[in-house]
Design a binder for this molecule. Structure first.
Ligand code: ARG
Length: 469
């Protein structure tokens, strides 16, 4: 059967005589990207049809024909047995027109009490909810990769940096688990965005609900929504849930870009702290010796793209009058791009972190120059009753003296320390041992061995990871 006869070609109906101008049709159509909504569109339509039957608005036979027809159309579209048609504008019309083609009048009853406006809002909320779940799983997979590396490097010491200047020694595990702290916040933000997507817009109609006695709660429950939206004008015009999810993805990407940057630094000949597995590196077309950290660089770059998605989205919505405006169609691509980029970035980051091999000797050696234990001198004096500002001053003078002589702190004779301050005694040598210096930082959030181990336990429980036997 010809679609133009059997159902609306596109959604314009008989109000129109002619077709859209081809360039207008091209801009108007969303099928190239909104086909991603197919499973959600079909689930929403099945829930809607079953509710229509429960309310006596269509027969049980029609509801059954619609449900079976929708499942068949979905399978045929997925298998490529039915082509996506740009002339049918969007995913909603592609599905509905094919349903009508295949089951006739029953299919013509599906859109009873519904508009594409509440339909697309519902599809997008279902997509957002499902995407949030996938993102959370991918985040947890990356966290597991960090956790495994942290477990292997509890006793690997390395310089901690501020201003990218060697600052104080830390455990490599502590450094790696800093990423867990960021990712845990990302996870929380995504979870939170999903909560706002968890209310059903169906029944809001085009903007003002419907005169027909539909049951919104019935549809919401069938789709697993926690409830229904409270205002029909808002429900069809709201894309906050997408903006929130994309904002959470943007910040996640910013964290991954910081990881990308650290990896680039770590694998440089200048630091040589780590190696990234070959599966994540590229060569140079000109220089045979090169092993470039391309994927780390791309992780660093993708943040720009997703921050751009967020800017696009929020700018599209800004200044729109209430309810549905076609502008809202433009909120879809940035949403999909952010979700897909974040999922791909998380998968790459997970593999790359798992592939890392650290040069523990180089990390350890990097602690031995640069006066990383100067703070210990000051803290030591504080324990002997010297006011911190004075102690800080004394330690600064000692560093200056050592630096002029070109020696490290541990090489200074006790007499020289005592000349700088009489409170120095022989036990200062304990304080100038890096491992002990790290373990003295024994407070919540600190790098002491016991604290890092406790943190590894907490995160393992959180992620359902069994401790090693
Ligand atoms: N493709 C459209 C979108 O994504 C579906 C809703 C169309 N509604 C309308 N009134 N034209 O926004």
């Amino acid at each position: 059967m010809n679609t133009a006869m059997s159902g609306p070609k596109g959604a314009r109906g008989r109000r129109f005589e002619g077709a859209l101008d081809p360039v207008a049709a091209e801009m108007n159509a969303s099928i190239e990207f909104d086909r991603r909504l197919l499973p959600h569109d079909v689930a929403g339509s099945i829930a809607h049809a079953e509710m229509l039957a429960a309310k006596g608005l269509i027969t049980a036979d029609d509801a059954r024909a619609i449900t079976e027809g929708l499942r068949r159309v979905e399978a045929q579209l997925v298998a490529g047995e039915l082509p996506w048609e740009a002339a049918l504008e969007d995913v909603h019309m592609n599905v509905e027109a094919r349903l009508i083609d295949q089951i006739g009048d029953a299919g013509r009853r599906l859109h009873t009490g519904r508009s594409r406006n509440d339909q697309v809002a519902t599809d997008l909320k279902l997509y957002t909810r499902a995407s949030a779940l996938r993102l959370i799983e991918a985040i947890d997979d990356l966290r597991r990769a960090f956790l495994a590396k942290a477990r292997a490097h509890v006793d690997t010491l390395m310089p901690g940096y501020t201003h990218f200047q060697r600052a104080q020694p830390v455990r490599l595990a502590h450094h790696l688990l800093a990423y867990d702290a960021m990712l845990e916040r990302d996870r929380g933000r995504i979870h939170d965005a999903a909560k706002r997507a968890d209310v059903s817009p169906l029944g809001s109609g085009a903007l003002a609900g419907t005169t027909l006695p539909i049951d919104r709660e019935h549809v919401a429950a069938a789709l697993g929504f926690a409830g229904v939206t409270r205002n029909s004008l808002d429900a069809v015009g709201d894309r906050d849930f997408a903006i929130e999810l994309v904002a959470a993805c943007a910040l996640l990407q910013v964290h991954l870009s910081r990881l990308g940057e650290e990896l680039v630094l770590w694998v440089s000949q200048e630091l040589g702290f780590a190696r990234i597995g070959e599966a994540y590196c590229s060569g140079s077309s000109l220089m045979p010796q090169k092993m470039n950290p391309d994927l780390a660089e791309l992780l660093r770059a993708k943040s720009g793209r997703v921050v751009g998605d967020w800017v696009t989205l929020v700018t599209v919505v800004k200044g729109l009058p209430l309810a549905y405006n076609k502008d809202l169609q433009e909120t879809q691509e940035p949403l999909y791009d952010a979700v897909e980029t974040a999922l791909a970035s998380l998968a790459v980051a997970r593999g790359m972190v798992a592939s890392l091999e650290f040069d523990t000797a180089k990390l350890r050696a990097a602690i031995d120059s640069g006066y990383l234990l100067a703070t210990e001198l000051a803290d030591y004096l504080v324990t002997k009753g010297v006011p911190f500002r004075e102690a800080h001053d004394v330690a600064g003078a000692i560093v200056r003296g050592a630096s002029a002589k070109g020696v490290e702190l541990a090489a200074l004779p006790l007499a020289e320390l005592q000349a700088a301050h009489p409170r120095f005694e022989a036990d200062i040598s304990d304080w100038l041992d890096p491992a002990r210096a790290v373990d003295r930082r024994d407070l919540p959030g600190g790098p002491a061995r016991a604290r890092v181990l406790a943190e590894i336990d907490r995160i393992s429980r959180d992620l359902g990871v069994q401790p090693p036997a």
